[in-house]
Design a protein around this ligand. Sequence first.
Ligand code: FA5
Length: 333
Amino acid sequence: MIEAIDAARSAAEARIAAASTVDELRALDTELLGKKSALADVKAGLGKLATVEEKKSAGQAVNEAMTAVRSALDARIAVVARAERDVQLAAEALDLTEHFVAPGRGRPHIVTQAWQRLEDVFVGLGFQVAEGPEVETDWYNFEALNMPPSHPARSMHDTFYVDHGATGSTVLRTHTSPVQIRVMQTVKPPIYMIMPGRVFRNETTDATHLAVFHQIEGLVIDKGITLADLAGTIDAFTKAFFGEGFGSRLRPSYFPFTEPSAEFDIRTPDGSWLELGGCGMVHPNVLRAGGLDPEEWSGFAFGFGIDRMAKERHGVGDVREMYTNDIRFIEQF
Ligand code: FA5
């Protein structure tokens, strides 16, 4: 009897060792330990043994054999299941590096680059930087700049009005010139200041016009400032910003807040002229609006478009392209 039990146990252990899949091993569970297994047969035959002693020792042996087969089976299932899982994981693994495109390094927008370079150049020439609000009162945007309510020059600025306070009293600033007044009111002269910022005009956009664009304003107030200082500053700026091969000129023009007024152009190395902005000697009425005595102080101001400047510098055909956020365009600068 004992030999039969040992033989059944050895055969069972050999089957377990030979099985190579979890499915095979689960099938062996019934075959080796179920009601129709060899060991179960032995157990069923115990009753036929002659003595109690024999029954006892054979019963013990068969139970031990069943426990041993059970643990051999469980241990083997654990090993095979892990191996199967490893194979499955390896097969299912996705090589994500294949789809990973390293993000390109960002950089400032072309207009921000121009803005920053303008600040650098003017700071190098001894100017300080100031900013003012984008939502302005009619007084700062027009009246203090020598444009009373019915002044015809107001029609040069197509204005966006803000629904705030008395009708027509609040605007989105149409230029950076109102910051001149705010600076005069708060900074004791001498003043050597630039004022970059965003401005708004209710205009139809085209290749050179935007409804939201950027200007940089310059203001110098000191004793004995003349038109020659204005021309010299514009020329020094032109050479510092564009390079030694460039030059500048002033052409008579009209702005209500400067007298005399001029447009300034820059001469490129190939001899062509590029219109850049407006300038002039600060009008006495504007000095007074800023709280300064025109008998004591004089000065000049200038203002030009940053977007158009970036457009010319990089040979962009249409200013609107700079705001489409097309990555193929942006990546070029
Ligand atoms: C002015 O805005 C004056 N405040 C400039 C000034 C300041 C004159 C101080 C005298 C003293 P103007 O409207 O010409 O002027 O605009 C100045 C510059 O802004 C233009 O030369 C141009 O470069 C830019 N600009 C004007 N309109 C637009 C627009 N719609 N889109 C893009 N740039 C514009």
